[in-house]
Design a protein around this ligand. Structure first.
Ligand SMILES: O=C(O)CCC(=O)C(=O)O
Length: 349
């Protein structure tokens, strides 16, 4: 996400021209070219360190070398965002975690599934989601209240596939507390083998949609892997009940360690068929559970969120890594956030 919006205007003009030029291309190729162009543009103009990581981070050799260099650096000079200490460190919503088996599962399969958020935390986050605007398809100009979703659909210039709560980790106390949770940080520290650095969190709705295909859906709804650092992991918590028809998260176990070279090197998103053909003998896990159900995942392995069929899905994600490149925070300055025109009237009325 473009965190700093000073580049927005030139970026918009360039991207409109660029979009026109590639309009006639085959949609998956078009998506890939757009994605790469974004990576080069932002990387070279704003964040060369991130760009370098993105170019090298697919290779296990680079990942290992970079990680051991970083560990040496940590030993000599601990980072500013070192682990939580004092009273807060003792606080966790997950008091009975047994860390070694969790880390073992993460190392072997890329996934651990038995986290459960307390009911009170689920209720706090859901209350936040009911009373705060979310932003259609993550766009700061498409704000609406979830309860006025039907009206937002009428006004919105594009089909609503997802809606994200921008700045949620700043505005929602329950999420802030979870980000600092000593239990989650202990899992992250043990798996990353370094003090965990907070990379960002995201709270969002996925909506049922019948018009999406695997080439037109958002990147996160087709199989892909993340490249947010040389080492990172994500915690996910469902805030609504999720079954097979309400957009479950799906993970291809083991692919975080063992992925075919052509997949690491070439495209970022894949059709189900391609993934099944390549990794059909490894378990593919469909994660279903009640509100509060959580799991932790190394998303350097193949994963996706299925498109919901019957019900909206609300999900929270919290990410830690060993270095913050500043690219994963869902932070947008207040003056860039806008409600859709009809929403103001509905809210005041
Ligand atoms: O919607 C989902 O479950 C997938 C999320 C995802 O792909 C990601 O956070 O990278």
């Amino acid at each position: 996400m473009l965190q700093n919006f000073s580049l927005r205007v030139p970026f918009r003009v360039l991207s409109a021209q660029f979009n026109r030029r590639i309009m006639t291309l085959w949609p998956p190729l078009r998506q890939e070219i757009k994605f790469r162009a974004y990576e080069y543009f932002v990387g070279l103009t704003r964040n060369p360190e991130w760009f370098w990581m993105r170019r090298t981070g697919r290779s296990q050799i680079f990942r290992r070398v970079s990680h051991s260099l970083r560990q040496r650096q940590y030993r000599m000079q601990p980072p500013m965002s070192a682990p939580v200490t004092g009273d807060r460190a003792a606080l966790s919503h997950f008091p009975d975690l047994d860390i070694p088996p969790i880390v073992k599962s993460l190392e072997q399969t890329g996934l651990y599934q038995k986290l459960q958020l307390p009911e009170a935390v689920v209720q706090s986050v859901v209350a936040f989601a009911q009373t705060t605007p979310c932003y259609g398809n993550g766009r700061p100009s498409l704000g609406f209240f979830y309860r006025h979703q039907a009206a937002a659909r009428q006004e919105c210039p594009q089909p609503l596939v997802t809606a994200t709560y921008l700045n949620a980790d700043r505005d929602c106390d329950a999420i802030q507390t979870l980000v600092q949770d000593a239990g989650l940080r202990a899992i992250a520290a043990a798996y990353l083998q370094a003090p965990p650095v907070y990379l960002g969190s995201r709270l969002w709705w996925s909506f049922p949609s019948s018009s999406l295909s695997q080439s037109t859906c958002p990147v996160t709804q087709a199989f892909h892997y993340d490249l947010d650092g040389y080492r990172f992991l994500k915690f996910f918590f469902y805030l609504t009940e999720v079954d097979e028809n309400s957009g479950p998260h799906i993970y291809m176990q083991g692919t975080h360690r063992c992925m075919k070279w052509r997949h690491r090197l070439l495209r970022k998103r894949y059709r189900d068929r391609a993934i099944l053909d390549a990794y059909g003998c490894t378990p593919w896990t469909v994660l279903c559970g009640p509100a509060g159900y959580g799991f932790v995942e190394d998303t350097f392995g193949f994963h996706k969120g299925a498109v919901p069929v019957t019900r909206d899905r609300l999900i929270l994600q919290i990410e830690y890594g060993v270095k913050d490149y500043g690219m994963e925070h869902q932070t947008v300055a207040q003056h860039h956030l806008r409600l859709l025109p009809g929403q103001e009237a509905l809210t005041n009325g």
